[in-house]
Design a binder for this molecule. Structure first.
Ligand SMILES: Nc1ncnc2c1ncn2[C@@H]1O[C@H](COP(=O)(O)OP(=O)(O)O)[C@@H](O)[C@H]1O
Ligand SMILES: [Mg+2]
Length: 371
């Protein structure tokens, strides 16, 4: 286990020890020439850079359950690299080691990159090439041949988002007061209940999906000729699922960025001048449009199929915004303004999905198809 609050030197020693145990670094070289950053999200990841720029991501689960979801992550990465090495090279980190007894996973670092939230903040805009790359990467993933269903190493995906209105008894002990309030609000909106039910009924597990597409899990770096500039990480919960869920989650990543950029999350924020959002929707829409077009082109959806797929993706986008509000309110005593806004936008989307397609995502009927 990593110490709870590692000193930079301790993190460095831990990293060099892990790399040596995995045979990725000689014991003699120790931490010389390495620099380490700790990222704590659901798990604890040490990002290790070597002199020269290459490096490693060393990921451990925080809990005591061994093996954790990391075993699933290692299994799916292994499968994806086996199924299509060329595509995997473009879009995924390389799995270097997974130690089942110690539950430590090591992947190759995607260097000089930041997650999409930080990337967009830093460059101050929403480049269309990123939208295009997301669309290409997701259509690649969803088009891969499937592993054997009997291979228990690959999970069946069951997103929280589409059962938020029907929590089970097991869900309650971990719920914060704000979570409970959010669920009560969802349960009080017939449009949301109907949409989540529709998504649950139509759910199918006929593709490999990531299941946790969010801007934290998509990394970007400045474009250089011949090198990939986008990398999707965090494959813990990936498995057999519905491709429209990933596409809806990518739409939601963009909309969430817009919603969270309202400086004061007042209940009437959505009706106030668009200029009040730090990231106006108009600046985001071109990237969303490009993403959708490249997804349609990459997955070969025809006109009829694209329309139906888009409708479901838009409803999944609403569900993903609800899940984002739920996750943000974990551990909170009350719902914050931005969380209420996320729910409000989700409610607006399910009430008028066609309007959401044009007004929120900036897609016109001709954009529903590939150029
Ligand atoms: N191979 C990698 N290269 C570069 N950065 C990475 C890599 N893997 C993870 N990261 C960074 O570490 C963060 C946490 O890793 P992730 O796999 O998403 O774990 P968690 O389950 O804790 O969210 C990511 O959001 C990303 O910023
Ligand atoms: Mg993550």
């Amino acid at each position: 286990m990593l110490p709870p609050d590692p000193h930079p030197l301790a993190a460095l020693l831990t990293a060099s020890d892990e790399l040596a145990q995995a045979g990725l670094l000689s014991r003699d070289s120790g931490p010389a020439g390495l620099s380490v950053t700790l990222v704590e999200r659901r798990n604890r990841t040490l990002l290790v850079t070597r002199d020269g720029g290459s490096g490693f991501a060393i990921k451990r689960a925080p809990g005591s359950q061994v093996p954790s979801f990391l075993r699933d992550e290692a299994a799916i990465l292994k499968y994806l690299w086996f199924a299509d090495p060329a595509g995997a090279t473009r879009w995924l980190p390389r799995l270097l080691a997974y130690d089942e007894d110690r539950d430590v996973m090591i992947t190759g670092l995607f260097p000089q990159a930041s997650d999409l939230g930080s990337y967009h903040e830093r460059v101050g805009r929403f480049p269309s090439w990123i939208g295009r790359a997301i669309g290409e990467a997701l259509s690649w993933l969803h088009g891969l041949s499937l592993p054997q269903r009997t291979d228990s190493a690959v999970r069946v995906v069951a997103p929280l988002a589409i059962r938020l209105h029907e929590p089970t008894l097991e869900d309650y002990p971990d719920m914060s007061p704000a979570n409970a309030r959010l669920i009560a609000i969802v349960q009080s909106r017939p449009g949301l209940i109907q949409a989540l039910d529709e998504l649950g009924r139509g759910w199918h597990g006929n593709a490999l999906v990531h299941d946790d597409i969010r801007f934290d899990n998509v990394l970007a770096r400045a474009r250089t000729r011949g090198a990939s500039s986008l990398c999707i990480v965090d494959w813990e919960v990936a498995g057999f699922g519905d491709p429209a869920w990933d596409v809806g989650a990518a739409f939601a990543g963009y909309l969430e960025t817009w919603i969270l950029s309202f400086p004061i999350a007042r209940p009437d924020a959505l009706h106030r001048p668009e200029g009040e959002a730090r990231h106006p929707l108009e600046a985001i829409k071109p990237a969303i449009r490009t993403m959708w077009r490249s997804y349609v082109a990459g997955s070969g959806l025809d006109e009829g199929a694209a329309g139906g797929f888009l409708r479901r993706s838009v409803l999944f986008c609403a569900a993903r915004l609800l899940q984002a509000a739920y996750e943000r309110s974990e551990g909170q005593s009350e719902l914050l303004g931005h969380d209420t806004l996320l729910v409000q936008v989700a409610d607006n989307i399910v009430a008028r999905p066609e309007d959401a397609v044009s007004q929120l995502l900036g897609l016109l009927p001709e954009h529903w198809l590939a150029a």
